[in-house]
Design a protein around this ligand. Structure first.
Ligand code: GUN
Ligand code: ZN
Length: 437
């Protein structure tokens, strides 16, 4: 067993339902086989367990590991393609890079960069949009297993309107998806996600094949894109005889508690009602929405309708792995919506980046906060001496202000250590104990 001692911030009580930030100073958690088995005043825990090793994290802040609910593995080298809306961005930046994943050697290099980037940003769990090639998805699961990340991912499938080298058939999609799920689903911390790219690039036959895979892999998730961009939405309506976007998935039985749909910047009220009634989740990806000019996310309408919302980085349309940056951009977007916006505090941002993500991914009994009974998936934030964040933290009036400054100024460079199941993640390239960037 190991005792971790320090100041812990988390959000076990949802701030969107009246809860507030939990601030625990001079506290310790006792971790056995990755599980938090006791938590309390540091000296009480110490005297109850005098023989256990103590990891002293005082001087920094311990947060739960972040949960990224939407991030594209093959797009890490495409980050920074600015200036285009969705469909043009896909054609110019994202899809040419995704086609390179046909080369498994290339995919291996990208997978290594990808898992390192996630961990360095303090992200311990992620729902990852995979690649269009089964071997590349296999390589991703291998890389994630080596680092120990909690990854849910799958083969991305499409059978129309993308460049031909990214297309497959429903039969092949079914066979390859099942083979990947058999190899990786439930193995270590890996799970499978059925992943049609978006209904724009999938026929009804392909979406039906996705449904079959979902039925045959108990515990698998479903993920795709939804209502991101006005031109995209108009094309989907044309392709599906005027249907709304949610219906294109829902009529194949793909919208339920296992579903995580990215973006939903432009939903109708009817679609929000369907999402709420089916307990599906929306991955809000604020830097992507800003970078592609997709629009300002209607968070208040989602909350009013009772739709589950969490955060996603959406790398590579998003501008990096850090959910601190996503949280800040989520705050900006709500400010820009004026009266239609939702006034977000730092506690809301932390909730969106941790507990809400765990709920969306069906992991809330395991991760999302640092209570007894949860796995010790955590990150230590400690800004460099004299940095703007260190100055800001030193002069904050209370823990809420500290957290607001972390979301405003924090970057992966401030993430000094990351644990999953109580295990410190090691940077293979430097053999250093902590920083993975
Ligand atoms: N819609 C379909 N594919 C993508 C993608 O790769 N990124 C984003 N942001 N939206 C998409
Ligand atoms: Zn995406």
């Amino acid at each position: 067993m190991t005792i971790f001692r320090g100041t812990f911030l988390d959000t076990p009580d949802n701030p969107f339902s009246g809860g507030s930030l939990r601030v625990a100073t001079d506290t310790a958690v006792l971790v056995q086989d990755g599980l938090i088995v006791a938590r309390g005043n540091a000296s009480d825990i110490r005297s109850a367990h005098p023989a256990e090793e103590v990891v002293d994290l005082t001087g920094g802040l311990v947060l739960p590991g972040f949960v990224d609910t939407h991030v594209h593995f093959p797009q890490i080298r495409a980050v920074g393609g600015l200036g285009l809306p969705l469909m043009e961005w896909l054609d110019k930046y994202a899809l040419p890079e995704e086609a390179r994943m046909a080369d498994v050697g290339y995919a291996t290099g990208v997978a290594t960069e990808f898992v390192r980037g996630l961990a360095a940003a303090g992200t311990t769990s992620a729902l990852v949009f995979g690649a269009h090639y089964a071997d590349a998805v296999d390589v991703l699961f291998t890389a994630a297993s080596r680092v120990g990340l909690r990854i849910t991912s799958g083969l991305v499938v499409s059978d129309r309107l993308l460049r031909p080298d990214l297309l497959t058939t429903p039969a092949r999609a079914y066979t390859e998806s099942l083979a990947l799920a058999e190899k990786w689903h439930g193995v270590g911390r890996n799970r499978y996600a059925v992943t049609p790219r978006f209904s724009l690039s999938c026929t009804d036959d392909m979406l039906a094949a996705c449904r079959t895979v979902l039925e045959e892999v108990p515990g698998a998730l479903f993920t795709s894109h939804l209502n991101e961009n006005e031109a995209e939405i108009a094309t989907v309506a044309e392709l599906f005889g005027g249907s709304d976007y949610v219906s294109t998935y829902d009529r194949h039985g793909l919208v339920d508690r296992r579903s995580v749909l990215a973006h939903n910047v432009h939903p109708t009220d009817v679609e929000l009602k369907v999402l709420a009634e089916s307990s599906a989740s929306v991955a809000h990806c604020p830097t992507s929405n800003a970078a592609l000019g997709s629009g300002l996310f209607p968070l208040e309408r989602h909350l009013q309708a009772g739709v589950r919302v969490a955060l996603g980085s959406d790398v590579g349309a998003g501008t990096g792995f850090s959910l601190l940056k996503e949280g800040l951009q989520a705050y900006f977007a709500q400010q820009l919506l004026g009266e239609r916006g939702c006034s977000l505090t730092a506690a809301h941002l932390l909730h969106l980046a941790t507990t809400a993500g765990a709920e969306a991914l069906g992991l809330s009994s395991e991760v999302g906060d640092l209570s007894v009974g949860k796995r010790f998936d955590a990150q230590l934030l400690r800004p460099a001496d004299g940095s703007p964040l260190a100055v800001g933290v030193a002069h904050a009036a209370d823990a809420e202000e500290v957290l607001a400054r972390i979301f405003t100024l924090g970057t992966p460079a401030d993430v000094r250590a990351v644990w999953i199941d109580g295990q410190l993640l090691q940077d293979e390239s430097s053999s250093g104990p902590t920083h993975l960037a």
